[in-house]
Write a protein that binds this ligand. Structure first.
Ligand code: CA
Length: 393
């Protein structure tokens, strides 16, 4: 395969280095024998330690190259892994279309044409409907709750089981936090305003708006701006102020709606080809897993820090019209979401994943109602920004 063209050369190089090393050792052994083997056996064994094996990996992504937070997350991962491993595991990152198109990432890594991928599991909903739960669920868990389910609630083990037949090892590798509901060129005053709307919305949210008479379209990030500007789509969601400003979506859409009911904490994924993962020694596997988890949190931190200033820029400098979705529209979207979620339970493992997600969600939201939510409500109600949600910027 084209993507692996460099590998035989590298392997050849490694083999050559090993051969030279072996030759040198043999020469040393001969000299030692000639000299009467005066050196202590321990020192000879230490000197004979082979050079550390190095790995050069290809990582393909669903994101435009270096797009803030989404595209830079795998770049940060590559730098971190390189530093932690002292160069033993080197990862080269490719953006959407550089080696494979955005929606070809899953298959490319599954087939071993690239060792790693970075994207979002809901893009694979066509072949694995339940995969969407490993990105986000309409009216579902927040970033904090998703991380808890994944790492302390059995979610990761279920995800690994789901991807195992595809030769893939999944890991959480970023989170956007609560997104925005999207960009529209007319106001949404009731559900009839959704009817006939051709809107870019991947994942389960897309299925929900279909149920309200809209026509959901799944497009990679790289195609959104032009599609909205040229009228191929009437509306779009993307991420939030930080990413939407970077794409210039305010130049193509007038009204910017919140809250992001459809993506309350979209988790990004890193996928690793199983054979490539197994080929790593245990310390490099630990480095890869630890670095990915660090990037998972770092991405959420970056979104949390940058969204605020980006929203202010959108509203104050670009006169974006910020709107909250009406309560009755949110209520209808909520009704539709439960039915769509039921629909992902197409087989035994999907049912187990859905059951696990719902059980954890029920528990965590019960506690968060009296902790996170109660605190934020109290902070807002008693603070100087009591009406901030309606008067941004
Ligand atoms: Ca989104």
């Amino acid at each position: 395969m084209t993507l692996r063209a460099a590998k035989p050369e590298r392997r050849g190089l490694d083999t050559m280095v090993q051969r030279k090393w072996a030759t040198a050792c043999l020469a040393g052994l001969c000299l030692a024998l000639v000299a009467g083997c005066n050196e202590p056996a321990g020192e000879s064994a230490e000197e004979a330690a082979p050079p550390a094996q190095t790995f050069e990996w290809t990582l393909v992504t669903t994101w435009p190259k270096n797009l803030p937070a989404l595209g830079t997350a795998p770049e940060k991962l590559a730098v971190l892994v390189d530093e932690m491993s002292a160069g033993r595991l080197s990862i080269k990152v490719y953006g959407d279309g550089e080696l494979v198109p955005a929606f070809g990432v899953f298959d490319a890594v599954s087939a071993g044409n690239a060792e790693m991928g970075h994207g979002a599991a809901y893009y694979w909903r066509g072949k694995l409907p339940v995969a969407a739960l490993f990105t986000t669920v309409p009216f579902g868990m927040t970033a904090q709750e998703m991380n808890a389910w994944l790492h302390y609630g059995g979610g990761l083990e279920l995800w690994q089981e789901l991807y195992a037949p595809f030769n893939l090892v999944p890991m959480a590798a970023g989170n956007s936090g609560v997104q925005m509901a999207g960009w529209f060129n007319h106001e949404i005053n009731d559900v009839t305003d959704m009817q006939g709307l051709k809107m870019r919305m991947p994942g389960l949210g897309g299925a929900v708006i279909d149920g309200l008479g809209a026509a959901a379209v799944t497009l990679p990030g790289s195609e959104i701006f032009t599609s909205l500007q040229t009228g191929v789509i009437d509306a779009t969601e993307w991420v939030g102020p930080y990413n939407d400003l970077a794409f210039g979506l305010h130049e193509a859409g007038t009204y910017y709606y919140y809250p992001g009911w459809h993506e309350p904490g979209a988790m990004l994924e890193a996928i690793v080809n199983k054979e490539a993962y197994d080929s790593l020694p245990s310390d490099l596997r630990a480095i890869l897993v630890t670095a990915t988890r660090a990037v998972n949190q770092d991405t959420l931190d970056e979104f949390t820090a940058r969204n605020n200033a980006a929203l202010t820029t959108l509203v104050r400098e670009h006169n974006v019209q910020l709107r909250r979705l009406p309560d009755d529209v949110l209520a209808r979207l909520r009704e539709g979401s439960e039915a769509v979620l039921d629909g992902v339970a197409t087989d035994e493992i999907s049912r187990r994943i859905l059951d696990s997600y719902r059980a954890f969600h029920d528990e965590v939201q019960a506690y968060h109602a009296i902790s996170e939510q109660a605190y934020i409500n109290a902070r807002t109600a008693t603070g100087p920004n009591a009406n901030a949600a309606d008067e941004p910027g």
